[in-house]
Design a protein around this ligand. Structure first.
Ligand code: EPZ
Length: 419
């Protein structure tokens, strides 16, 4: 297990290229199961989560080839059972349920466990499958869905915590091959859902309304192969934006969609930083410590839960009192105890973190716990005095392509140590 040593006090400047989106690539790779014909997916990031998804596709019988950022999937003859030993490594494996049900009319996938950011139920996914006419069985830690045929239906996917991203993806993929029209009310509107819908339409699906809360899918008899380039990763981009705010003078992100980063940009502007954009770049102009903020995480296009930990790191060294409230994953505060080891003054009140800015954090050995919490600890180390040692770096490698190399390219001083 590697660890990362962050030597604090370096200032960041220059530019960095953003990789393809993890949360877009995963469902799009799963969607390749919907056709026997080859699919070519470009700008696929080199991440362990992507590696796990390719392992699952191979286990299901698909032929998978990877040449740097381009993946070719040929799912001519496939099985419909994704076993525990692979699925347990990545919760997002649940997004193979929809394409398997759509194409094979049955699927068995090990139930995703919970994870450190909180309970990860799939009741909304299963509600959607049942509405399409599938039977659902949960037994021995597996969920099995099967149907003689799938029939379009109007389905409301709103849950207690808002819409479901992968649930919307799963129902879109199953409904693409159902008979008749499916309408998803309360759909997730994230850019990654739109990217998947665009790929499905390139395969011959008939999907309208992706990016809004109401998606209409007219089922077709079959789908054909297609080529697609994955959108840039808005959360990786947001993470580098916060790094620039913490330690930057002026940092430019290349290959981004500024429109996908409006909520993060607005938060940083409110905290006193400059944001300049062009068609596919975004520049953050540093300005020392942040002004205090009150933030609430909500479904897109509001402030994303996947950026909450990173903002905690930024606001820990600031003025006044900030409050960040989680409306999506109320327990997603594993990073708080580690930031407090670095001297942050944060108290948890229900689903809110109340942050009293301090003059400066101090480097310390800290433990990564989940993907975004780990990135937040690296960010905190950028300006902290001394060295911050982030252990269990495999959490970061799940969702960030060479984050240490990219930050070092901007002037950080980060070492990766094999342990
Ligand atoms: C996706 O997870 C992302 N992962 C997550 O990013 C992201 O945090 C999340 O959406 C919210 O934006 C991928 O896209 C691979 P949800 P997903 O279903 O789809 C509840 C990262 O760091 N819910 O939108 O699994 C759920 O418990 C990861 O890259 C139900 O109650 O999340 C949560 O409170 C972490 N029943 C809320 O809805 C369900 O059936 C949103 O979950 C499904 C979800």
């Amino acid at each position: 297990m590697d660890k990362i040593l962050v030597h604090g006090g370096q200032s960041l400047s220059g530019s960095v290229r953003v990789s393809g989106s993890k949360n877009s690539a995963l469902p799009i790779l799963a969607a390749c199961l919907l056709t026997k014909e080859p699919c070519i997916i470009r700008q696929v990031p080199d991440l362990s989560d992507v590696h796990y998804m390719l392992q699952i596709l191979s286990h299901l019988g698909a032929e998978v080839e990877r040449a740097s950022g381009t993946v070719t999937v040929r799912a001519e003859n496939i099985k419909s059972v994704a076993p525990y030993e692979i699925v347990r490594k990545m919760r997002a494996s649940v997004c193979v349920l929809g394409p398997l049900l759509g194409r094979e009319k049955e699927a068995t996938v090990s139930l995703p466990g919970g994870c450190v950011i909180g309970d990860r139920p799939i009741d909304l996914h299963l509600r959607g499958f049942e509405a399409l006419g599938a039977a659902v069985r949960v037994e021995c830690g597996n969920v099995k869905v099967f149907a003689a045929k799938l029939k379009g239906e109007t389905i409301n996917l709103r849950g207690k915590f808002g819409s479901t991203v992968l649930g919307t993806d799963n129902i879109m993929m199953a409904a693409a091959l159902a008979e008749g029209v499916t309408i998803i009310e309360g759909a997730a509107a994230e850019p990654e859902v739109v990217d998947l819908a665009n790929f499905l339409n390139a395969m011959g699906a008939k999907i309208e309304g992706a990016g809004t809360r109401r998606i209409v899918i007219e089922g077709v008899a079959e789908l054909h192969g297609a080529e697609h380039s994955v959108i840039p990763d808005r959360i990786e981009a947001g993470t580098f934006m916060v790094a620039a705010a913490i330690a930057g003078t002026r940092v430019t992100l290349r290959r981004v969609v500024p429109d996908h980063l409006k909520a993060v940009s607005e938060a940083l502007i409110q905290a006193g930083y400059g944001i300049e954009t062009s068609r596919d770049t975004l520049t953050v102009v540093g300005n020392g410590k942040p002004k205090p903020l009150e933030l609430l995480t909500e479904p897109y296009p509001s402030f994303p839960t996947d950026m909450q930990a990173q903002m905690c790191a930024l606001l820990s060294e600031g003025e006044g009192i900030s409050v960040i409230t989680e409306s999506i994953f109320p327990q997603r505060f594993m990073h708080v105890s580690e930031l407090k080891r670095m001297g942050a003054q944060i108290t948890l009140e229900g689903a809110s973190a109340v942050i009293k800015g301090v003059e400066r954090l101090s480097g310390a050995p800290v433990m990564a716990s989940d993907l975004r919490a780990s990135a937040a600890l690296v960010l905190a180390g950028l300006r902290a005095s001394g060295v911050t040692e982030v252990n269990r770096v495999y959490h970061i490698d799940r969702g960030y392509e060479s984050i240490d190399d990219k930050l070092n390219g901007l002037g950080a001083q980060i070492e990766r140590v094999k342990v």
